[in-house]
Design a protein around this ligand. Structure first.
Ligand code: BGP
Length: 492
C-alpha cells in the first residue's frame, strides 16, 4: 500500500528535550528548565524556593496529584541536574541534524519554538532578536532541503516567569501573553512556516498539569480554568493565523491512547467510555467548537466555576482548529476486575497489562493496530484532517564499537505502525496529512528525563548525566526509514 502523493513524512522533536542552550542567546527559563532527571523507577522533580530561602523538590508523576507547598515557587536550585539545559544540543547542531533529516527524505520536521527564547519572561513587549534569529537560521536550513516546518507554539515550555508571577495557565493573563507571542512569531516567520500546532498534548492539563499548563497546584478548579484559557487562546490564535497569512493552518495536538476493556463486563465498558470522555473533552471543544455536556455536568457536580466571558464561547465556536494532530504510542487496558487481572499475572506497576502484546522496558506495549483504531475514532468523530505527529519506540540502544546501532526492534515496531496507518487511509478512507515519527534525532525523555530512553533514527552520544561527545551516528532504522519515504510507504 502507498499513501497519497502529497503525504508528509518526517520526524518530531520538542525544544525542551532537544535544543539545549538553555541560557544562551538571551533565553529565559521555562517550566522544564527546573525539572530534574528521573528514571524508570525514580520520578522527576520540580525544584523550588520559598521567599525565606527554604528550598525543596516535589515529585512530578503523570496521572498523580501535584501541588507545591504553600509559598514555594519553582526555581533553579544548586546541586541538581537538569536535563533540558543541554538537551541533545540542537542549538549548536541544527545544520548537521537537518542534513540527516534531508538524507532520510523528510519533507516535514516538527519542532517547537522555545517561547522564553523569544520572550524571556513570556509577556515582554518586544521580542529577543537573537531568539528570533536562531529559528530564522533553522527555517532557512529546512528550506534549503525542501523540508516544511511543523511548529508547536508550546510544547510544555511555559515561561517560568509566567508560572512564578501568575501560577501558570490558570490565570487569564496567559491568554494575552500567548496571543502576543503567537502574533510576533507568525508575523516574523510569515511565508516560512505554514503549519502550526498550539499546545502539545493539550490533555496533559488533566494528566500532568505542570507540564501542560505550568500549574503548581493541580486542583480540579485550576485544571478546568487552565484548559479553558488554553481553548480561548487557541481560538484567538487560529483567528490571528488566518488574518496574518491565508496559507496558515493551525492544528490542535492531543495525547491519544486506544483504550480497551479487560473483560466483557459492561462495567468495564463504562470505565473505558468515561476515560475516553476525559481524553476527548479537549478535541470535542477544539475541533467540535463547544463544551461537551458530560464535562459541563461534571463541573456542575464538582462545583467548578469558570472565570469566563460570553465572547469566549463565540471564539471557541467560530475558530475551531483546521486540523487535528495527535501523539499515539500504545494502547491501555482498563478494568473493574483488578483482582482477576492480578491473579492472571496481568498487572504491573504501570497498571493492567494486555496479555496479547509485548512491551518495552518502560512498560509501553507495542500495539500493531493502534493507529488504525485512533485514526478511525478521531475521523468518525470530527471529520477534520488528521496528522500523526508522534509515534515511536523508546529503547536503550547500544552503540557498537564500529559506531553502528542495530535497532531492529524499532524497525519492527514502526513497520507495524505504518501498516496500521496505511490501512486507515486505504481501507477506511481516513484523511491523513502526514506522519512525524518521535523523534528524528535522539533527545531527552519527557517522562523520565533519561537519555537512555532513546527514540531517534540518529543516535546522540550523551548519557543520563550529560556526559558524551554529542556526536551523531545514524542507526539501522535511518536507512530503513529512508527507503520507506522513497517508496511513499510501500517498501516496509
Ligand atoms: C509525549 C511528549 C513528548 C515525548 C513522548 C515520549 O508525551 O509529547 O514530548 O517525550 O511523549 O515520552 P517519553 O519521553 O516520556 O518516553
Amino acid at each position: 500500500m502507498t499513501l497519497p502523493k502529497n503525504f508528509m513524512w518526517g520526524g518530531a522533536s520538542a525544544a525542551n528535550q532537544y535544543e539545549g542552550g538553555f541560557d544562551e542567546g538571551g533565553k529565559g527559563l521555562n517550566a522544564i528548565d527546573v525539572l530534574t532527571n528521573g528514571s524508570a523507577t525514580e520520578p522527576r522533580k520540580v525544584t523550588w524556593k520559598k521567599d525565606d530561602g527554604e528550598t525543596g523538590t516535589t515529585d512530578l508523576v503523570w496521572g498523580k496529584k501535584f501541588a507545591l507547598p504553600k509559598r514555594a515557587v519553582p526555581q533553579l536550585v544548586d546541586g541538581y541536574y537538569y536535563p533540558s539545559h543541554q538537551g541533545t544540543d540542537f542549538y549548536h547542531h541544527y545544520q548537521e541534524d537537518i542534513k540527516y533529516m534531508a538524507q532520510m527524505g523528510f519533507n516535514v520536521f516538527r519542532l517547537s519554538l522555545n517561547w522564553s527564547r523569544i520572550l524571556s519572561n513570556g509577556d515582554d513587549e518586544t521580542p529577543n532578536q537573537e531568539g528570533l534569529e536562531f529559528y530564522d537560521k533553522v527555517f532557512a536550513e529546512c528550506a534549503k532541503y525542501g523540508i516544511e516546518p511543523l511548529v508547536t507554539l508550546s510544547h510544555y515550555e511555559t515561561p517560568l516567569s509566567l508560572i512564578q508571577r501568575f501560577g501558570g495557565w490558570k490565570d487569564r493573563h496567559l491568554i494575552d501573553a500567548f496571543t502576543h507571542y503567537a502574533e510576533i512569531v507568525m508575523k516574523h516567520y510569515k511565508g516560512k512556516v505554514r503549519y502550526w500546532l498550539t499546545f502539545n498534548e493539550i490533555n496533559a492539563m488533566d494528566m500532568a498539569p505542570y507540564m501542560g499548563g505550568g500549574l503548581i497546584d493541580d486542583s480540579e478548579q485550576n485544571r478546568a480554568q487552565g484548559a479553558h484559557n488554553q481553548f480561548v487562546a487557541s481560538s484567538k490564535v487560529v483567528k490571528l493565523a488566518h488574518e496574518i497569512d491565508s496559507n496558515n493552518q493551525v492544528g490542535m495536538m492531543l495525547a491519544y491512547s486506544a483504550l480497551y476493556p479487560y473483560t466483557c463486563d459492561p462495567a468495564d465498558q463504562v470505565k473505558v467510555m468515561q476515560a475516553k470522555q476525559e481524553m476527548l473533552f479537549y478535541s470535542d471543544v477544539q475541533a467540535g467548537g463547544r463544551y461537551p455536556d458530560y464535562r459541563l455536568k461534571q463541573y456542575e457536580r464538582d462545583g467548578v466555576k469558570l472565570d469566563d466571558k460570553p465572547e469566549d464561547y463565540d471564539l471557541i465556536k467560530n475558530y475551531p482548529v483546521d486540523f487535528l494532530s495527535f501523539s499515539c504510542y500504545t494502547s491501555n487496558v482498563l478494568t473493574t476486575h483488578h483482582k482477576e487481572a492480578e491473579a492472571s499475572g496481568n498487572v504491573s506497576a504501570g497498571g493492567v497489562v494486555n496479555p496479547y502484546l509485548e512491551s518495552n522496558a518502560w512498560g509501553w506495549a507495542t500495539d500493531p493496530d493502534v493507529l488504525r483504531i485512533a485514526l478511525n475514532d478521531l475521523w468518525d468523530r470530527y471529520h477534520k484532517p488528521l496528522f500523526i505527529v508522534e509515534n515511536g519506540l523508546g529503547w536503550d540502544d547500544k552503540l557498537e564499537e564500529d559506531h553502528s546501532i542495530h535497532d531492529d526492534y524499532r524497525i519492527k515496531y514502526l513497520r507495524s505502525q505504518i501498516k496500521s496507518m496505511e490501512q486507515a487511509v486505504n481501507i477506511d478512507g481516513v484523511d491523513l496529512m502526514g506522519y512525524t515519527m518521535w523523534s528524528a534525532i535522539d533527545l531527552v525523555s519527557n517522562g523520565t528525563g533519561e537519555m537512555k530512553k532513546r527514540y531517534g533514527f540518529v543516535y546522540v552520544d550523551r548519557d543520563d548525566r550529560g556526559n558524551g561527545s554529542l556526536k551523531r551516528y545514524p542507526k539501522d532504522s535511518f536507512n530503513w526509514y529512508k527507503k520507506v519515504i522513497a517508496s511513499n510507504g510501500k517498501d516496509l
